[in-house]
Each structure stands twice: as structure tokens, then as C-alpha cells.
Design a protein around this ligand. Sequence first.
Ligand code: BES
Ligand code: MN
Ligand code: ZN
Length: 511
Amino acid sequence: MKQIIDVKVKTRKAAFTECKTDVLVVGRFADDGPDEVIQALDRKLNGGIDRLARLGDFTGKPKTHALLYSEGKMAAQRVLLLGLGERKKATLDTIRRAAAAAASQAVDLKLRRIALALHRACGNGFAAADLGRAMAEGAYSGSYRYDEYVSENGNGRLGALEVQIVDPEPARLRDLTPGVSAGIVIGQAQSYARTVANRPANVINPPALARAARDLAHRLRSVRCTIFDDKQLQARGMGGILAVGSGSQSKPRLILLEYTPARKPAPGAPTVALVGKAVTFDSGGISIKPAQDMDQMKFDKTGGIAVLATIRALAELKLPLRVLGVIPAAENLPSGSSYRPGDIITTYSGKTVEILNTDAEGRMILCDGLAYAAERKCDVIIDIATLTGACMVALGSYKAGLMSNDDDLVARLQRAAEESGESVWRLPTGDEYAEEMKSKIADLKNAGSRWGGACTAASFLQQFVGAAKWAHLDIAGMDVFLKPTEYGCVGGTGFGVRLLTTYLMNLAERK
Ligand code: BES
Ligand code: MN
Ligand code: ZN
């Protein structure tokens, strides 16, 4: 797939004052004085940075910046000074966001070449590789624009941006490099996820998503792709996926991606299944949604896309782990052939579900995907889905809901969230919630009361995972940026790609 802006990230050995580039980007904490890098630049600029600081224009406060033109006084055309906030509050995400903010500005200014020296402000507080990875990931996020369908002179149609991570010291560059390499893979995978997410439902329907998965697997080699079409879904009794897809002309699919590493996994390493909801458009079906903001429901496929892009990243990183991607894909539309409230559906597991609301469709496709992953004897099953408005009510657009039957898996995902900057918050699930999902005329019903909707939905899913360690990520509210941020443009966020890849990287490194 063509990258909307072709971003290249590399490391480069150069003295900061001699680095030829369109803009050199440095950071400063609010509670620090100017460090040696800023002092050296200041000398070259005849005190220009010091004058800015005296005017109160460069304090280091978070999310502030100042742009200076070097006017021939040094090799870089411009210096972008970024505020990093208080040093003790700094995390890797501070650096990731700063790199993203710089890359975003570079795109807006139509620059071709930028140089990042953000790691220098951090001293020895973080491992160099982690800083390199954060800068590379941030560079991809911030420069991301989606203008595939804007004809002629679309915003930001730049062509290419080269991002150099610079340092004069070879030893430091060497330490940064493995992180930068991983950050490039993860950044590109996340941009891929954003583009597939941004594509509308008339372009990405379930068969088209299946083709995208097949193309990806073909390129990756170590990934085998199997697609169940509607006839195979029928033959296997995957009644949940079929019910949700029955109202649309585009037939549902189950997309399977099996990653087998070239390097043998460590003995005892778990086999992980990633199960992602891909409702390519969620109108609500017969229980139709209001018209307001219904267009946003093209993003109801983003759980599945996060799985697709994570498989891409871990195959490119060549992680020594066996991972199965399971992506049930369907379009939820009202028509004469739709499933209806009152219907009783026999799911792949054999459990029957009374439909009370056709808009609670995510759990109906996921339950078949989860039962399939459980049947394949995966040790760990993680599902990711834009599942409930209730999760958005609970957590807003800052954290994804995390529900699980295993405390160790929760701790691992929480740690991956901290490292990746994709936040999660644990919410409860279990028997009390499951009680609400019992039907009088079937094994389960697909909707509970108004209260605790994110938790009852999770408790529904939990009943399909068998003996596996299981976690559920409810990413409703995390799937889309409603306004531009330092992480780039409005639209798909690619949420989950960094989180899941980080979790798998740690698992592979037995951390
Ligand atoms: N895809 C929606 C959840 C959603 C809502 C995601 C808003 C992102 C933004 C899901 O399929 C849905 O409609 N859930 C219902 C469940 C209810 C009918 C039990 C909901 O949350 O209202
Ligand atoms: Mn719905
Ligand atoms: Zn949905």
C-alpha cells in the first residue's frame, strides 16, 4: 500500500551546530536551565535562544514551542525548541509526543528534512534504545496525513519527509539504533492501520479487508492467511458472524493470520491469539442508530485492523513467538435479510444467544472468533474491539477499558501500556455481570441493562474463551481523533498497534 507521505527515519552522526537540515529539533524541561546542546546552539545564534528565553517565549512548559530562523549562522535553517514540561513527570511518551509535534509542524511547513536531538534533554533517565524508538514512532504519528481521496493539491501532499535522529557521539548512536529500527517498524505499521481505518465502508467491506490481509501475508512470508467466506462460515456453524453480516450485500468473512517465527520460540513460550472486531460499518442494523455521527461507524473495524497491523509489525520484527490473528469481519446493515431483535442465534461454540438489540453486534462476531481461538488451544487470548459506548462514558477518550480473567496478563498489558503510551484502565468483569446476560429462552442474551454496559459486554465475551488466559480491550473512544493533535490528523488513530506489539516484544524477551 502506498504511504500517504513517504517518511524515512534514519540515524546520523553530526555535530548539532553543523547539522545541515531544514529544522533541528531540541527539547528543554521547564525545571532545567539550557543544557549544553542549547548553549552551543545559542552561541552560534549569537544569543538568539537566550533572548527568546528572556522574553518568556521559551520556558520549557509542556506543549509549548518556539521556532528560530538561523539566517546563515549555522547549518540548520531553523531551530525548533520544544517544551517538555517538568522533568520528574517525563515519560517516554513525552519524547514520543515531542517528536510527533515536530514532525507534524514539519509537514505543515512543507519541509523535507528534519533532525531530532530530543533524546539529549533526557540525560541518562531512559535507555537510549527506548528513546530512539519513541522518537521514530513519534515521527511517523505526527507526520501522518490522510488525503488519499483529495484530488490535486490536497493538504499536506508532500511526497517525502526525511527524519534524522542526530548525535555527534558514535557510542550513543549505536545505543539508539536498535530502538530506532523497531520504532520504524511499529510506526509504519501504525500508519498502515490508520490508513485502512480511514478508508470508508464503500471501499473497505469484509471481502476487501480479507484481500488486504491476504496481500499483507503474501508480502510477509512468515504469515499464512486463511479466509473463511460465507459458505465456509455456514459449513462451520459460525452463526454469530453470519447473523451480523446477513443484512449486507457484502458477505462476512473470518480472516485468520498465522505467524510462525523463523527463530524457535523459547520453551514454554505461550501461543497468543489476537482477536479483533472488524465491523466495516455499524449502522446498528434493525436497531438502527441515530443519524448524528453515524459516519464515525466506519471506524468500527479498528480492532480488527489493530490485529492486522500488529501481525505485520511482529513479523517484520521477527519476534520468536507463535501468534494467531483472528479477525471476524461483517457489515451491520438493516435490510430484508437482516437478523432481528428476538432472533435466537446458535454460535460457533454451540451456545445460543437471544438477540435483544442488533446494535450489540460486536460481541456476536467476537464470540465466534474467541471460540475459534480457544479451539485452536491458544494459551493467551487478547481481544480488541470498539465494543461499547458505555466504555467511552466511563473512561472518555484517554484510556481503553481492560477486562481480564488473569492478573498476570493484566500486569503485562499495563506495563506495555506505560511503555507504548497507549493507556489502559482495568474494569471489572465476572459472575455478577454474567448473571445479567442470561436469557430465559436461550443460553445468553446479547444486551443487558443500561448500567455497567462495558463490563456486561466483557462478561459475555468471557464465556467463549474456555481455559485460556484472556484479556479484552474495549477501544471505543480510542479509535479516532476528533480534532488534530500532535499525533497528526483527524481520523483513525491506529490505537492498539503499539500496545499489542510492545506486549509481544516483552513476552518474546521474557521480560
Ligand atoms: N460499535 C458500537 C460501540 C461504539 C459506540 C463504538 C460509539 C464507538 C463509538 C457497538 O457496536 C454498539 O453499538 N454498542 C452498543 C451496545 C448496546 C446496544 C448494548 C452501545 O454501546 O450502545
Ligand atoms: Mn453496534
Ligand atoms: Zn459496533
